[in-house]
Write a protein that binds this ligand. Structure first.
Ligand SMILES: Cc1cc2nc3c(=O)[nH]c(=O)nc-3n(C[C@H](O)[C@H](O)[C@H](O)COP(=O)(O)OP(=O)(O)OC[C@H]3O[C@@H](n4cnc5c(N)ncnc54)[C@H](O)[C@@H]3O)c2cc1C
Length: 426
């Protein structure tokens, strides 16, 4: 299998390296897996075409659950050194404050995060700068030939090349588009400082179906005030061009209630835009090679599950499957399939996909079933807002000071429907 792509100058003279695990792609998935395996004393090669991860708009926020996985993988301290923590999220619905959510979230720019993790790679896993020219896989040995002629032989090949198709195609796997151009993510800096903003984080949910907005979230990354907005439109939609030309004007119209707090939405950077499709992989159950992170599946950024999927893949592979696979000879497909059939991996992937599909449908679908669901959810939410405002106006008795509970059958922020009708604190 050979890959004809553009050539880069090799960083080191050609040679031959023999390792237990060769990882192609040093984004979040590849780098974290390399660190985890190196900690366990495994011999690993990590290959990427770029020494410095290129500047791109990707994940910028993650939750406590993912921090738990970083901690479990032994990477808590390095991750914490690269992020801005926050604990207080002010959620607005229908233009009104809906709830103040307490719970750890972590903000970062993706490129410095990946570069920071790369910098923490132990010396026994140097990053090999190179492009894969040829790949061969089999039930015992895997071989990578880089464009400078150097060769990496391994017992197992891990493909962690994100959206890139070259290596996947050379191996012969296919991406299946489950929902093409599912959503659009927009990222930009606000001109006001975090101090002027005053809140740690704010999330504003779209009000009208016609707007096709999932939500806008505003948060601090270091000394920058950053905004991410997730919408259900294609990049070719004229609405997107209009937004990019004059984001201030559009945001003032869409979210006037929070405009003043946000410095009237004066924007201090380009509006970055990324279209994302929901994809899965076909033909991946084969000898000698395993696909992880976005190289295996992509889900909607609005649900914030991408990093969870990446870390779950790394944890399942690094803690359970790779150690077991290396204990016995061979690397045939039956071994590899144990990873794809791992219930923990399946649950993480299914959760992300289900939430991605649900969130778009509850925001945009106009059929009777979805209109009724929205009516039910929104009625409960409006009651909660009403109760809060009534109480704040001092008109409720102090019989249960501080906290009231309202029955709510609703969706949470990840788009998962909470069917049990939980008691939500207001
Ligand atoms: C706009 C946007 C916003 C997002 N927001 C969130 C969020 O808020 N929360 C969340 O959890 N997730 C979010 N995600 C998803 C998350 O960013 C991804 O799931 C995650 O970054 C995937 O990491 P990865 O390592 O699999 O891929 P990548 O980070 O893309 O890494 C792939 C690596 O492979 C390398 N590579 C490519 N081709 C080759 C080759 N031929 N040979 C060798 N190496 C190669 C690349 O250089 C790169 O280093 C978002 C995604 C997008 C697009």
């Amino acid at each position: 299998m050979s890959i004809a792509e553009d050539r880069e100058a090799p960083a080191a003279p050609p040679g031959r390296t023999e390792v237990e695990v060769a990882i192609v792609g040093a984004g979040l998935a590849g780098t974290v897996l390399a660190m985890t395996l190196a900690k366990a004393g495994r011999k690993v090669a990590l290959v990427d075409p770029h020494r410095i991860h290129h500047d791109e708009f990707r994940a910028e926020k993650t939750r406590a659950e993912q921090m738990g996985l970083f901690e479990k993988l032994g990477l808590g301290p390095v991750f914490r050194s690269l992020v801005t923590p926050m604990t207080d999220v002010n959620v607005f619905r229908f233009g009104h404050l809906f709830e103040r959510k307490q719970g750890w979230e972590y903000a970062f720019s993706y490129t410095p995060l990946v570069n920071g993790l790369r910098a923490a790679l132990p010396p026994q896993v140097p990053l090999t700068i190179g492009k894969v020219a040829e790949v061969s896989t089999g039930p015992d040995r895997q071989r990578l030939v880089l464009t400078d002629g150097s060769v990496i032989d391994a017992r197992l090949l891990v493909v962690a090349t994100g959206y890139s198709e070259a290596v996947r195609r050379a191996i012969g796997v296919e991406r299946v588009e489950e929902s093409k151009a599912h959503s659009l993510s927009m990222g930009f800096d606000l001109a006001i400082t975090p101090q002027e903003f005053g809140l740690q984080s704010l999330t504003f949910y779209g009000r009208r179906i016609a707007d096709r907005i999932a939500f806008l979230t505003i948060f601090r990354i270091g000394e920058r005030l950053r905004a991410n907005m997730f919408i259900y439109r294609t990049v070719a939609d004229p609405w997107v061009r209009t937004f990019r030309e004059d984001p201030e004007k559009m945001l003032m119209e869409l979210m006037p209630e929070i405009a003043e707090r946000c410095g009237n939405f004066a924007v201090a950077s380009e509006v970055e835009v990324r279209q994302v499709s929901l994809t899965t992989t076909q033909g991946h159950r084969r000898d000698g090679v395993v696909f992880i992170g976005d190289a295996f599946a992509t889900t909607c950024p609005a649900q914030g599950d991408g990093i969870h999927r990446v870390l779950t893949d790394v944890d399942c592979l690094g803690s359970t499957h790779i150690p077991a696979w290396l204990e016995t000879p061979g690397m045939a497909a039956d071994k590899i399939c144990a990873f794809y059939d791992d219930p923990i991996k399946i649950a993480a992937d299914e959760r992300a996909m289900r939430a991605s599909i649900y969130a778009r449908r509850i925001t945009t679908e106009t059929g009777l079933e979805w209109r009724l669901r929205r009516l039910r959810n929104n009625t409960a939410r409006r009651l909660m807002i009403f109760a809060r405002r009534f109480r704040e106006a001092g008109k409720l008795s102090d019989a249960a000071p501080g906290v009231r509970e309202v029955a709510l059958d609703h969706t949470d922020n990840t788009g998962q429907e909470l069917r049990a009708g939980p008691r939500v604190r207001t």
